[in-house]
Design a binder for this molecule. Structure first.
Ligand code: PDD
Length: 265
């Protein structure tokens, strides 16, 4: 990495994390679509076409011998003498890496995980998958130190936006699955989209709107989603049990559905 890479100096870049399951990329198309959206919002030109990028993904997976793991992609605005405004000459810098990794501890899926809640101190464009992640880093560390898996961030209106690297969901008392609509306050998760497809297909009740911390505390079930977490039941919020403190039946069904989806391409 160049010492004057703008990703390094300004966090001026975007990224994607794509799961590799059984040697194939999970939901590659929506990840590429989101990459293009993030790039366009930051006015960074795509470093190469999608067909070439897909070849790079496959070659990176092959050379690293990755059957199950992730592909990480990062595009920054490029390297140029330090100046906040866009450089005239810089060309976008692409990095693609891949590594084997284990899925989350299966115990987390069976027994659920704990989250804490923290104020959302991020900027107003969390829909862009920017590499500038310091608030997320601090939030995740706070969760770790509290013995929790994730920190759910709460906006000024008292509504939960999302986790530091995951989307947040609840199941209400009348059995409706609820998650915030994909506005500027959250990342529109690819896993979120896949789970929404399952919800529609299976005909579960669904409401897309912001929910408050109080609603989360009173929820029947809760869970979170991301490429690396897959779908994990949330059984404690700030130390208090969600429902009966065990993973909810709907969460477990959706988890099964999502795991089947990752293996089905
Ligand atoms: N994180 N919200 C935030 C803030 C995220 O960083 C992520 C992904 C998600 C879930 O998005 P998806 O379902 O597309 O993975 C939601 C990735 C995995 C990461 O930073 O490692």
């Amino acid at each position: 990495m160049h010492i004057e890479d703008r990703g390094y100096q300004f966090g001026d870049g975007v990224y994607e994390v794509i799961a590799v399951v059984g040697g194939h990329l999970v939901d590659e198309a929506p990840h590429l679509a989101r990459l293009h959206r993030s790039l366009a919002e930051l006015r960074i030109p795509p470093p190469m076409g999608d067909a070439a990028l897909k070849l790079v993904f496959r070659e990176t997976i092959r050379r690293n011998g990755v059957d199950n793991g992730i592909v990480y992609l990062q595009v920054t605005r490029g390297a140029a003498p330090r100046d906040h405004a866009f450089p005239k000459a810089a060309k976008p810098v692409l990095v693609v890496t891949s590594r084997r990794s284990r899925v989350p501890n299966p115990r987390f899926g069976r027994e659920g995980i704990a989250v804490i809640t923290i104020p959302d101190i991020r900027w107003q464009r969390c829909d862009i998958k920017s590499v500038a992640l310091v608030p997320n880093v601090l939030g995740k560390q706070q969760a770790r130190e509290a013995g929790a898996y994730e920190a759910w961030q709460v906006d000024r209106d008292g509504n939960i936006t999302e986790g530091t690297s995951t989307n947040a969901w609840i199941v209400t008392g009348d059995d409706a699955v609820m998650t915030r609509a994909a506005d500027n306050a959250i990342l529109n998760g690819v896993t979120r989209g896949a789970v929404l497809d399952i919800i529609r297909r299976e005909g579960y009740r669904f409401v897309e709107r912001p929910f408050s911390l109080e609603e989360a505390r009173a929820a029947r079930e809760a869970f979170l989603t991301s490429t690396t977490a897959e779908l994990l039941p949330v059984v404690r919020i700030d130390g208090a049990p969600v429902g009966d403190g065990k993973p909810g039946p709907l969460s477990l069904k959706l988890r099964e559905g999502y795991l089947a989806h990752t293996m089905s391409e």
